[in-house]
Design a protein around this ligand. Structure first.
Ligand SMILES: [Zn+2]
Length: 386
């Protein structure tokens, strides 16, 4: 990783290609000949530019490492560099919609084009990084592409991420000019999660890659139903019979777990393992700000299923009931996150929270309001610790 000397570039002459947008409402298409923000940072897989001065230190190394994990997960060659432009303050006067050439600027959050360029008002933006990594081998049809990005993407709480609604067939058919209506993101992500459970990652990615960006709804259904007796209607029936859940549960956090630092090497059944996590802009692994929050991830392994006791105490003054969250790294409806209250250090009644944890790996998110950075002390103990 190194800082780069100033440079700017335009992307003239390569014509229009596929572009995916995350927005409410209107569609978007790829823009052309808009001068790009200066690249200011380069890692192994990622270059970054834009309003980086306003973002936390940890975003770029985190996204760089995450891209490496996503390349591995998606089986892409991994030779392409992702260019991430953080277009938050829009200090150079170019609004995000110009990079994404969208008619609707209000609801536009981000877009990714087939040159592995991401333009985003949010940082980090894991959902768009999934697209950017997949762009190296070409986008799939938008229902599958968005479903994949939702399944493997970030834990932001933006609209369209509740329980899936609508039928798979309707969602596939709803794609127009490369856009999936926001209301179908839920069913797209959950359906990809269902397929992953059925097929495994390798076969899932093969199926998704085999479908072109321009594929018709019939082609998408045929590719998905390959080998299913009764064809797509039978597959959809099987899907409808499975439990539904919101994205916070079904999303798969393996890649994020692989780049998070361990919370502890080992815990003890007899005494609390105490870890302080500093959540402030200067800490090298703190991410954001996004949705008015800054946060850090830690990972830990549970060797024996059982009841574990967690106590989290912070030094700041702003109450945030979901300041600590624990989620199994794997995806699926049986992987809901567990929210744990973070107590004030002066609180007299601060008490442990008992959580049932199955054997496996977990992702912990330690969150603070951006206006109130603080160090959070986490005390962890359980009979299953060795
Ligand atoms: Zn997307």
């Amino acid at each position: 990783m190194r800082r780069l000397a100033s440079r700017s570039h335009t992307r003239g002459g390569r014509g229009l290609g596929p572009c995916l947008c995350l927005l409410v409402g209107a569609g978007c298409s790829d823009s052309q000949d808009v001068p790009l923000p200066e690249i200011k940072w380069q890692g192994e897989h990622l270059r970054a530019g834009g309003d980086l001065d306003t973002a936390c230190e940890g975003n770029l190394p985190y996204m760089d490492a995450l891209i490496g994990e996503l390349q591995h997960r998606l089986g892409t060659p991994g030779e392409g560099i992702v260019d991430f432009y953080y277009v938050a303050a829009q200090t150079d006067g170019t609004p995000l919609r110009d990079y994404c050439e969208s008619a609707d600027s209000g609801g536009l959050l981000a877009c990714t084009n087939d040159r592995q360029e991401v333009f985003s008002r949010a940082i980090p933006h894991e959902h768009e990084l999934v697209h950017a990594v997949d762009a190296e081998v070409g986008f799939s049809q938008t229902f599958l592409e968005e479903g994949l990005a939702e399944f493997l993407g970030d834990d932001g709480r933006m609209a369209g991420r509740g329980e899936p609604t609508g039928s798979v067939a309707d969602a596939i058919a709803s794609v127009t000019r490369g856009n999936l209506p926001l209301g179908y993101y839920g069913v797209a992500g959950h359906f990809v999660s269902f397929l992953e459970g059925r097929l495994g990652t390798g076969e899932l990615i093969e199926r998704i890659d085999a479908v072109d960006f321009e594929a018709s709804a019939d082609d998408v259904e045929a590719a998905l139903a390959m080998g299913v007796r009764g064809g797509f209607p039978a597959l959809e029936q099987q899907y409808e019979a499975t439990p539904k859940c919101a994205r916070a549960s079904y999303r798969d956090a393996e890649s994020m777990c692989n780049v998070a630092a361990p919370l502890f090497d080992r815990c003890s059944p007899d005494e609390d393992t105490i870890v302080d996590v500093a959540i402030d802009r200067a800490s090298e692994d703190v991410l954001g700000p996004r949705e008015e929050e800054i946060w850090a991830y830690r990972t830990f392994e549970i060797v024996n299923s059982g009841v574990y006791r967690v106590l989290a105490v912070r030094g700041g003054a702003v109450y945030l009931p979901e300041g600590l969250e624990i989620k199994p790294c794997g995806g699926g409806c049986d992987s809901p996150p567990i929210s744990i209250e973070v107590f004030d250090e002066q609180e007299l009644f601060a008490s442990d929270t008992d959580v049932d944890l199955e054997t496996g790996r977990y992702l912990m998110r330690v969150t603070r309001p951006v206006s109130d950075p603080a160090s959070v002390r986490i005390q962890f103990r359980g009979d299953g610790c060795e």
